[in-house]
Design a protein around this ligand. Sequence first.
Ligand code: FEO
Length: 173
Amino acid sequence: MKDLVRQKLSIHVEIMDLLNEQIKKEAHSSSIYLAMASWCDHNALDYSAEFFYEQSLEEREHMMKIFRFINDNGGTAYSPEVSTINHEYNSLEEIFETALDQEIKITKSIHNIVFQCRKLQDLTTENFLQWFVHEQMEEEQTIRRALELFDLMGSEGLALKLLDERIPHIRKK
Ligand code: FEO
């Protein structure tokens, strides 16, 4: 039965498996950002906390876009398990550095699926993933803007408070 369903896929089976892996990665990102939001909240960095709450929601939306795409195209999307979420950080700067590393990993993963789509001539999925390619570029830019603030403003005492207040402005409208 499973093989029959797979034969009706309009996306390539190998690509569907990669997309299910991507669902796990997006869910993992969402949970990482939620843990970061909690750390910021506990350290009275309210604007950064809001940023990561929102970021966490966005990652869940990314996950759901891929989830629905698989199911809409005759495949089976699998609900992801998430584990090993770090809640210990030493500073806000470390949090943003970790977030940038995470986004770079996700960008590479998305690009890898696009390359596989090209190899297997899966134009449907390649077209679908263009939105993610663009989104990843924007997300990396946003976090790099936050890291630039640390270079400009420092990260101790009052500077950290002022930096936190700048965080809502790092997203391009
Ligand atoms: Fe959806 Fe930024 O990874």
